[in-house]
Design a protein. Structure first.
Length: 107
């Protein structure tokens, strides 16, 4: 479980960074070269998704829950915006959904 969850978190960070850097560039808060780093980050994101040993549809569905929680953490750590109780509650619900999808017994 820890390996799967860690892989999801690394995947989410790669995706968020790959989208956040062009955002900074578009807002004139970062130089043009960050787009190269953003492209590399998005390539890493795609590669990390391929490392999961289960069906792609299940990975994408479960990944969404981790992405939500990671994005809320990014909001706090990178953007400096403290999450509300609703942000945290939504993240917990999303993580529970991920755990059900990924770790439920299968026949």
């Amino acid at each position: 479980m820890l390996t799967t969850t860690s892989l999801f978190v690394a995947t989410a960070i790669a995706e968020i960074a790959g989208c956040y850097l062009p955002y900074l560039w578009l807002k004139d808060r970062a130089p043009l070269w960050v787009l190269v780093v953003a492209a590399a980050s998005l390539a890493l994101f795609v590669w990390l998704l391929t490392l999961h040993p289960v069906a792609a549809g299940r990975v994408y569905a479960a990944y969404g829950g981790v992405y939500i929680a990671t994005a809320v953490a990014w909001l706090w750590i990178v953007d400096g915006v403290r999450p509300t109780v609703w942000d945290v509650t939504g993240s917990v619900v999303a993580i529970l959904g991920m755990a059900i999808i990924m770790f439920a017994p299968r026949s």
